[in-house]
Design a protein around this ligand. Structure first.
Ligand SMILES: Cc1cc2nc3c(=O)[nH]c(=O)nc-3n(C[C@H](O)[C@H](O)[C@H](O)COP(=O)(O)O)c2cc1C
Length: 241
């Protein structure tokens, strides 16, 4: 058995609703669960995930592009960007991983609302060597420090070199890359010298759950960070004292 239903606290004499902290819960213990089931639980709860639209080339220079949402930044300087790449269903490694291992280079392009459909085309499992970007009607322009090109239409692109791959099991490999340079279309810069980016205007999308759900990044809210002093001053208001 790999799931355990927690103590059911929803029934109370008198019909009280449970407090949020006492809500009924399910515990899934991952050891022994199938890859498909754990994947479902992870991708439907760790959301939204940013999307790395990765361009690579094989050693003959053939271009490849595919989206990856097991993706994030792990450090600011050096800028470390990480991808999680699974095998294809037939057990073969994906072209992105093959190419990164072959050449040590890749470009991570970011995806906005306008590019969502084109990005989706590039996730089609075309045979090795088919140029997904051509299929999606997209164009490329040269990177400066690495060989794979960037996607011209993408608002932001990071030129990356491979630092390390970590094979976590037969089917999944984590790619750790170091970003060497970042391209950003001028219209998204508020002040280039101060490195101010107009992030809301980028209209980047995030991957959600299930088959094909995404989110926009347009419903923003702001929370200011406290100092200990400002927290001390604010806490009575927060706790209603
Ligand atoms: C939005 C989105 C996110 C994806 N994220 C991942 C991921 O994180 N890891 C992965 O292995 N495949 C992911 N995929 C599937 C790959 O993009 C797909 O298998 C693709 O065909 C791989 O192409 P390649 O063989 O050219 O690298 C994702 C697909 C989509 C549409």
């Amino acid at each position: 058995m790999n799931f355990i239903r927690g103590q059911d606290l929803s029934f109370r004499a008198g019909g009280d609703l449970p407090e949020a902290s006492e809500a009924v819960e399910m515990l899934y213990e991952f050891a022994g669960m199938s890859a498909k089931d754990t994947y479902k639980l992870v991708v439907s709860t760790i959301v939204p995930r940013p999307i790395a639209w990765v361009t690579t080339q094989n050693s003959q220079g053939q271009l490849n592009a595919a989206p990856y949402s097991f993706f994030n930044a792990m450090s600011g300087q050096p800028p470390i960007l990480v991808l999680g790449i699974g095998n294809r269903e037939n057990g073969e490694p994906k072209d992105t991983l093959k190419n990164i291992q072959e050449t040590g280079q890749f470009v991570i392009n970011l995806v906005n609302q306008e590019l969502a459909s084109a990005m989706n085309v590039t996730a089609t499992p075309f045979p090795y060597g088919i140029n997904e970007l051509e299929q999606a009607g997209l164009t490329t322009s040269p990177a400066q420090l690495v060989k794979p090109p960037k996607i011209t239409e993408s608002p932001v692109a990071f030129e990356c070199e491979l630092l390390q791959t970590v094979r976590v099991c037969e089917a999944n490999t984590i790619v750790i890359g170091r970003a060497l340079a970042m391209h950003i279309q001028d219209r998204y810069l508020l002040d280039a010298a101060k490195h101010y980016v107009n992030t809301p205007e980028l209209k980047l999308i995030g991957r959600m759950h299930g088959a094909g759900w995404y989110t926009n990044t347009s419903e923003l809210f702001q929370i200011e960070r406290y100092t200990v002093e400002s927290w001390e001053a604010a806490k009575d208001d927060q706790t209603g004292n």
